[in-house]
Design a protein around this ligand. Structure first.
Ligand code: SF4
Length: 138
């Protein structure tokens, strides 16, 4: 099986704070399947570490007020290009991220509150018909 995963789940230090979300289940999947890792925020041109961002009234905005919507959407488009080319059977993404969140994301107030809804990349990939799951659901 071919699987696309959020790069931070594989242990790559691409998270906004320079860390990762290393996940043992994902590492196990990587031993048995062909895995493609993607980090849409880095692929959209954002540095690591970077200021955390949330979707505020539909626009991705960093905590310092800078609009980073174009970068987030560019990264999502690059992930979509890769997915179209590689045709993964499954896409496993990190929970609650404004890019990768599948079921929930932060509500745009930077107060740690969650709302139902996907991040920019997860939404795009689901709209295109890919099988996308939250890492907490594998
Ligand atoms: S954009 Fe996705 S892959 Fe990159 S650090 Fe955030 S959750 Fe992980």
């Amino acid at each position: 099986m071919k699987i696309m995963v959020s790069a931070c789940l594989s242990g790559e230090n691409c998270k906004y704070n320079g860390g990762n979300n290393r996940n043992e289940k994902v590492l196990h999947l990587m031993t048995e399947n062909e895995v493609i890792t993607v980090c849409p925020e880095q692929m959209g041109g954002l540095p690591t570490p970077r200021v955390p961002a949330e979707i505020v009234d539909g626009v991705v905005t960093a905590k310092d007020g800078r609009i980073v919507d174009a970068e987030f959407r560019a990264g999502a488009e690059k992930c979509l290009e890769i997915a179209r080319r590689e045709k993964p059977d499954l896409i496993v993404l990190q929970s609650r991220s404004p890019s990768c969140g599948v079921r929930q994301r932060y509500d745009g107030t930077f107060a740690g509150k969650l709302v139902n809804g996907a991040g920019i990349t997860a939404q795009l990939l689901m709209e295109e018909g890919f099988r996308v799951v939250d890492v907490e659901d594998i």
